[in-house]
Design a protein around this ligand. Sequence first.
Ligand SMILES: [Zn+2]
Ligand SMILES: [Zn+2]
Length: 262
Amino acid sequence: MRYAALASGSKGNCHALSEGGRTLLIDAGISLAQVRARMTACGLDSSTVGAVALTHEHSDHRAAVGVLVRNTGWAFLATRETKLAVESAVGETIPADRWIELRAGHPCDWDGWRVLPFSLPHDAVDPVAFRVEAGGCAAAVVTDLGHGTALVADHCSDLDLLALEANHDVEMLRNGTYPDVLKARILSRVGHLSNSAMAELLAKVLSPRLHTLVLAHLSEQNNHPDLARLAAEEILRGAATALHLATQAQPMAVDIRLERAG
Ligand SMILES: [Zn+2]
Ligand SMILES: [Zn+2]
């Protein structure tokens, strides 16, 4: 399985999982042109995309949905509540024959791939993260959560790859220039995951199988890549897990099997 963080951060999110000539995107917060260009830059073929799984309706996760409905034949995997919220936000209806209905906690069989959406504590109508299993590999993309619940930890165990939010450093956020109401939202139980909360969750789910950790959805204002990296490294100490940072500006990709072999 090949994983790519095409873009990650408050200005737009899109992850790609590719296996056996098929690609599933997770979220559509960057333009279709950017999806294509960034996939190419990561060695992925955008003509292999079959579907987009939507985590929630915040604009940085669904901004391109209208364009994708009109200009691609891709299917959309989403819960009913998220689909409705996205449709009303983008002013476009996802055609019934291109919608695969998800329910949090229930695995979906996407032509042989196991796609499991699970609930997150976040201020959206029905936010989920995804655990995806295909070709013998298991990966999860977990961002936009206010805190790490036991349910999240359960679903992040025994993974090959975990893309996990490291949104902010609590002190940088507290002392930063964001309005108080926004600071309170981000710090809340349904906001975003801090570096220290990420580390706590990582400590619970770290296993010998975890071959790659990707820190994602880093705030450009309220975090520093070195701080996020340090928080993760303290937990990874001694583990064989490779650590990567997903960014807003540059895509990054990892081949799970390739790294295992090497
Ligand atoms: Zn977000
Ligand atoms: Zn969000």
